[in-house]
Design a protein around this ligand. Structure first.
Ligand SMILES: C[S@@+](CC[C@H](N)C(=O)[O-])C[C@H]1O[C@@H](n2cnc3c(N)ncnc32)[C@H](O)[C@@H]1O
Length: 235
């Protein structure tokens, strides 16, 4: 259904996501994919030469990035609630991209663009200091020790984010897996470009005020896992 991007770094990177598709798209979904995605898709090759807000048809005051939007609940909620912000959503899982396309078209949201693939080549192509918020919400947990190296969040990942985030920009990370929370904090706390804003457990136990919930979060609650919400600021 889609082409897979690659660059010289991508060849060395372990895959951080699972399936790219769960079910065959319906004819209507295929039409949406063929007709709407080319219009909404971000082309990493063009990013260096243009200011990021120019991706959007109407003026936007800032640009936010959601990495691994899954069923797009949060992406669509934020886009509808913040019409003056441009949102870029990244997701290699095609069923999720179709959900996002459906919602964007049904709700007529002009301020969303999509990268239907691994975020990492896109991050390398983004202009420096161009994002004011980045969301990494329930990244694939890779709970087995032998798979932990596939976790998206790492020092290298934060280095890449640091380049594209403006000073003062916010990085939000949610996870329901204690070992992943440790991975996140061990990468972020010593990182010179990020500051963890928490002052006590209530900070990471309480969702953000504009949090709509996601499917994955609901599953975590059903299965008895307690989500954690981490906020970091780009120094
Ligand atoms: C556990 S799901 C959570 C989805 C959603 N954020 C939620 O809370 O319901 C993690 C998502 O991250 C996506 N993902 C994993 N690695 C990624 C990468 N390198 N770039 C973009 N998305 C990625 C997966 O395809 C998957 O949909």
């Amino acid at each position: 259904m889609m082409t897979v991007e690659s660059d010289k770094h991508a060849r060395d990177e372990l895959r951080s996501f699972g399936r790219k598709r769960a079910r065959k798209p319906s004819p209507r979904q295929q039409t949406l994919w063929d007709a709407a995605l080319p219009r909404l898709r971000v082309d990493p090759a063009t990013l260096a030469d243009n200011p990021l807000p120019s991706l959007f048809p109407a003026p936007v005051t800032e640009v936010w990035l959601e990495i691994g939007f899954g069923g797009a609940e949060h992406l669509i909620h934020q886009a509808a609630a913040n019409p003056d912000v441009g949102l870029i959503g990244c997701e290699p899982f095609e069923d999720g991209v179709i959900k996002a396309l459906t919602a964007i078209e049904e709700r007529g949201l002009p301020n969303v663009r999509l990268h239907p693939d691994d975020v990492r080549p896109l991050l390398r192509a983004l202009p420096p200091a161009s994002l004011t918020k980045v969301f990494v919400l329930f990244p694939d947990p890779w709970p087995k020790a032998r798979h932990a190296k596939r976790r998206l969040v790492s020092k290298t990942f934060l280095d890449t984010l640091a380049r594209v985030m403006l000073p003062g920009a916010e990085l939000r990370v949610a996870t329901d897996i204690p070992a992943y929370a440790r991975t996140v904090l061990e990468a972020a706390i010593p990182h010179p470009a990020f500051r963890w804003t928490a002052t006590g457990p209530a900070d990471w136990r309480t969702p953000w005020p504009d949090w709509p919930g996601t499917r994955y979060e609901a599953k975590a609650h059903r299965e008895g896992r307690r989500p954690m919400f981490f906020t970091f600021h780009r120094v």
